[in-house]
Design a protein around this ligand. Structure first.
Ligand code: C6P
Length: 406
């Protein structure tokens, strides 16, 4: 994979006079020239609004926008591009389900099942919907090795359970969510299953048909694409029943003074001018990943993550916050370094050219559950090389010296 780095111009820059070791891909990934150029090309050659104009540029923009939809749908194994809604990202995808489906169907006493490792994007919308509808939130906890504990699952699977929403991969611990088990449980009682795939679609081969869930939410910017766009895949029969959470132009077939008729899916969920340049960039990102092959991406991340876990295991005072078994985790590695505050760790690493994230990672319930105030987090992607890990480990030894751990 090393040869791919030449496609990412930002990786050539220096930070604080040092080679950049970008280890914050779970926050957002870097973008290859192919994506940057596709966006530039759109603005330079065929910038126009979509689905409206009767002119050549509008046709070209519409073809590119809908072409991107087809590419993203195929990338996740959807049987039709109609099932792929463009959104602003994972957060807006989950809110779309919460307000479009949850708000209109949940009643007092109904239950929404989450896990304690969810990102705020998969917690807060459900809290809001629970408040509106009188539904109740129920959580699965974790085992000692940071996996979702399924031992209490049967006790919450009954006719009250209407929605299960689970992360495909934790953005803190790197642990995969038990999606298959939860889909099986949901089927027993007719609940729907949502996968917050923000951290899984970018890193694992994905086939929505095989997964068997009802919705999958993800963001382009975590998979080489631009910010401002993501996707919601939904099962056709559910999308057809779901109410739009936003109204406006583009999403209707008719509007009268007191009522309107919705456009067919997916357009009824895309009110207003969509993120066209971003869709073009998203399509280019998917082309790039398709060319590399998602099995190769996963293979590379297994190798890099195992290398990182091995090297970090040799750093005294370092505690890993996540599973050690590579089979059940991805390339997002959280840790604590003695009692040095993770923000201080990140600041020292930054001085060494190493970009990591520190904090609660928008997963405060998980931090409270694990009883850690914050972690430092290194996260990898297809352009991560062992040299990046070595640079981080050298920086961690420097942090130990500065904070008197040696
Ligand atoms: N996690 C991180 O540094 P948006 O912001 O809508 O593109 O994605 C939200 C989101 C939802 N679920 C999971 C599991 C995520 O990791 C994220 C985004 C980033 O971990 C930014 S907080």
């Amino acid at each position: 994979m090393d040869h791919l780095r030449a496609d990412f111009p930002i990786l050539e820059r220096k930070v604080n006079g040092k080679r950049l070791a970008y280890l914050d891909s779970s926050a957002t990934t870097q973008k290859p020239n192919q994506v940057i150029d596709a966006i530039g090309d759109y603005y330079r050659r065929y910038n126009s609004n979509v689905h409206r104009g009767a002119h050549t540029l509008a046709d070209e923009a519409t073809t590119a926008y809908e072409g991107a939809r087809t590419k993203v749908a195929e990338f996740i194994g959807a049987s039709s591009s109609d099932e792929l809604v463009f959104t602003r990202g994972t957060t807006s995808s989950i809110n779309m389900i919460a307000y479009g489906w949850g708000l209109n169907r949940l009643h007092p006493g109904d239950r929404i099942l989450l896990t304690v490792m969810e990102h705020h994007a998969n917690v807060v919308p459900w809290q809001l919907i629970a408040k509106h509808t009188g539904a109740e939130l129920v959580y699965l906890e974790l085992t000692d090795d940071f996996r979702v504990d399924l031992s209490t699952l049967d006790s919450v699977v009954d006719e009250r359970l209407k929605i299960i929403s689970v992360s495909g991969m934790s953005n803190v611990t790197g642990a995969f969510g038990p999606v298959a088990e939860l889909v099986e449980a949901a089927r027993r009682v007719g609940a729907i299953v949502i996968v917050d795939a923000a951290q899984s679609v970018p890193h694992l081969p994905t086939d929505v048909t095989a997964i068997g869930a009802d919705f999958l939410a993800f963001s382009a910017h975590k998979m080489l694409g631009p910010t401002g766009i993501g996707a919601l895949w939904g099962r056709r029969e559910i999308l057809e029943k779901m109410e739009p959470a936003e109204g406006g132009g583009e999403m209707i077939t008719d509007v009268r003074l007191y009522e309107s008729k919705w456009a067919p899916i997916p357009h009824k969920f895309e009110a207003g001018t969509p993120p066209i340049a971003q869709a073009v960039g998203f399509g280019a990102a998917v082309d790039y990943l398709d060319k590399v092959g998602m099995s190769e991406v996963r293979k590379h991340e297994i190798e890099i993550t195992q290398y990182a876990l091995d090297r970090l295991a040799d750093v005294p005072d370092l505690t890993l916050v996540g599973p050690t078994d590579i089979a059940v985790r991805g390339g997002t590695v959280s840790f604590e370094l003695g009692d040095v505050h993770p923000h201080d760790v990140a600041t020292i690493l930054d001085q060494e050219g190493v970009a990591v994230r520190a904090g609660h990672h928008c997963a405060k319930p998980l931090m409270r559950y694990l009883d850690v105030p914050a972690t430092a987090r290194a996260s990898f992607y297809l352009y991560t090389v062992k040299e990046d890990i070595d640079q981080m480990v050298a920086g961690l030894h420097r942090a130990r010296e500065i904070f008197g751990l040696v």
